[in-house]
Ligand binder design. Structure first.
Ligand SMILES: NC(=O)C1=CN([C@@H]2O[C@H](COP(=O)(O)OP(=O)(O)OC[C@H]3O[C@@H](n4cnc5c(N)ncnc54)[C@H](O)[C@@H]3O)[C@@H](O)[C@H]2O)[C@H](O)CC1
Ligand SMILES: [K+]
Length: 513
């Protein structure tokens, strides 16, 4: 699924009405009907009080139209006009007028704090105050209204976007954003839903297709591409009957130091679970017996030093290399990394201390082979690209870093974001249970394992991130978020591959007469 900007959505709106020869009010009716159906399916006529707060733009128009449809079906609705200005939109006014066809009670006009209504914990609040047309920070009594609603326990459903958030720009004031329990958004999810600063206001969302012009939508370069199951399925490369071990490559993991040999174990195991033919681990001498006994499938090559990596000597050309997990940032290790960067022709993934080595020795960055994959978490990213003002500034800095060094940047976190050239891919799998020691080592192994099989670096990164999150989801469903360890993730990579093509269970058909 593609993420479009608010500007693109307005344009899509305009083109759709022209091409389909419909008035924009009809598009609004489509949008409102979808929201109504969503509610009706769940509420089945229940008489729970529904409070709809409508702004004076088209988001407010949506709110009024939803209110009318609910009243027509006998629901217990009160509508409020959040009268923050007198410049009401045309479609707001049309829907305002249509309300009188279904009820004698006009929407209540709100002009100050004195108009705030009582709302019980069991009630439902619908937020139709501002949509993607927000153009300044909500202030005065409107901000107080948002805070007042945030203080209520009632379930809050936002139409299109929680009021106070911009679709694709940083918010001004965290105190002036509605904390929606659920958001029903039109046509395309908004960028704000996926970034930590603004995403907290959108814990759950669903996209409602309102039939905007397909041709226009397809022609647009999106702000970002969401990676969900259908996209991930397309990445998968089918294995062939006569393939052999050599087909899937011999990957190299360079990892570990004294006390951190587990990083080598987890990433090497992940390389094999991803489907690589062979894996060798290059580790300090102290890890030899550990890896040989814990992962007999892996081969082991040791450094001349007991505790750390100082010189990466190997006698084969790896099909891919994953380096950096638990290696530390010792001077001799940095020198070993520098030598590798200068000499290797293999596709490369750099993680963890490998990234810290780069950040502490920025001159190494220009040695990065083109298309090298870097997998920083936010702390490592900051050390590489510098401080950012907000999430959008972070994306800008990451993009320019990726461009400057020709790197694929995998920025880890909830909704891991992969940035390459001008493109952004946002992952949808994963859960907070995966915030656990060694989880990143597993991801690096997965990317390395896919690279080893000939996936190109961008594809390997985006696909590995998806599978990693999916394995984490399977693990947390089995044993809870809290209990998930990196080993649980690595051991479910296989199930993540199976899940990729699993059919939803067929509904049981009624026995025939
Ligand atoms: N194609 C689509 O995406 C469709 C969108 N629909 C809905 O329309 C809104 C966008 O409507 P718009 O009228 O452009 O903007 P808003 O309703 O968000 O509000 C704009 C309105 O409010 C004023 N304003 C903005 N910020 C503030 C502020 N901080 N304080 C006070 N007033 C403010 C602004 O000047 C305008 O007057 C979209 O989100 C959807 O919900 C359609 O219904 C379906 C098609
Ligand atoms: K809203």
């Amino acid at each position: 699924m593609k993420i479009f900007s608010s500007e693109q959505l307005y344009e899509a709106d305009k083109i759709t009405t022209e091409k389909q020869e419909i008035a924009s009010i009809e598009l609004m009716e489509r949008a409102a009907t979808q929201i109504f159906s969503w509610l009706h399916e769940r509420m089945q006529g229940a008489q729970v009080p529904i409070h709809i707060f409508c702004g004076i733009g088209n988001n407010g128009g949506d709110g009024l139209a939803v209110g009318r449809l609910l009243i027509e079906s006998g629901y217990n609705v009160t509508m409020y006009v959040v009268n923050c200005s007198d410049k009401r939109s045309k479609n707001f006014l049309i829907n305002y007028d249509r309300v009188k066809n279904v009820t004698k009670s006009w929407p209540l006009l709100m002009t100050s704090e004195e108009d705030f209504p009582d709302i019980a914990d069991e009630d439902i609040i619908i937020d139709a105050i501002f949509g993607i047309g927000l153009n300044r920070c909500p202030g005065g009594w409107v901000k107080k209204l948002i805070q007042y609603l945030n203080g209520k326990k009632a379930f809050k459903l936002a139409i299109d976007i929680p009021s106070g958030l911009y679709a694709n720009e940083p918010m001004d004031d965290v105190e002036a954003v509605l904390k929606a329990n659920h958001t029903l958004t039109f046509q395309s999810p908004k960028m704000a839903f996926f970034l930590p600063e603004t995403g907290v206001f959108v814990p759950y969302f669903e996209v409602l297709n309102i039939g905007l012009d397909e041709e226009f939508i397809l022609s647009q370069e999106p702000l970002a591409q969401l990676i969900e199951k259908p996209e991930a399925q397309r990445f998968y490369k089918q294995r062939q009957k006569y393939d052999h071990k050599g087909t899937y490559g011999h990957a190299l993991i360079v990892a570990g130091s004294y006390g951190k040999i587990g990083a080598a174990f987890l990433s090497a195991k992940s390389v094999l679970r991803a489907g690589a033919g062979l894996v060798s681990c290059f580790i300090p001498e102290c890890g030899y017996a550990i890896i040989q006994s814990s992962l007999p499938e892996a081969m082991v090559i040791t450094d001349k030093e007991d505790d750390l990596i100082t010189d990466i000597k190997i006698n084969f050309t790896p099909s891919a290399i994953g380096i950096g997990m638990g290696i530390g940032t010792n001077k001799e290790t940095v020198a070993a990394l520098e030598k590798l960067l200068k000499e290797t022709k293999s596709p490369l993934v750099i993680d963890a201390d490998g990234l810290n080595c780069l950040a502490e020795n920025k001159s190494l960055l220009k040695l990065l082979p083109k298309n090298t994959v870097l997998t920083p978490h936010l702390g490592e990213l900051e050390r590489l690209v510098g401080k950012w003002k907000n999430d959008y500034d972070r994306i800008k800095k990451t993009k320019s870093f990726a461009k400057k060094y020709g790197a694929v940047m995998v920025v880890k976190g909830a909704n891991t974001m992969t940035v390459f050239e001008d493109k952004i891919y946002i992952n949808t799998t994963g859960n907070p249970g995966m915030a656990t020691a060694g989880s990143g080592d597993v991801l690096t192994g997965l990317i390395t394992g896919l690279l080893s099989q000939g996936y190109d670096p961008l594809l390997a990164s985006v696909f590995a991130v998806y599978l990693h999150g999916s394995a984490g989801n399977i693990a947390s469903q089995e044993i809870s978020f809290e209990a998930v360890m990196a080993s649980d993730i690595v051991d479910r990579i296989g199930l993540a591959f199976i899940e990729l093509f699993a059919q939803d269970p067929m509904p049981l058909s009624e026995p025939k007469e």
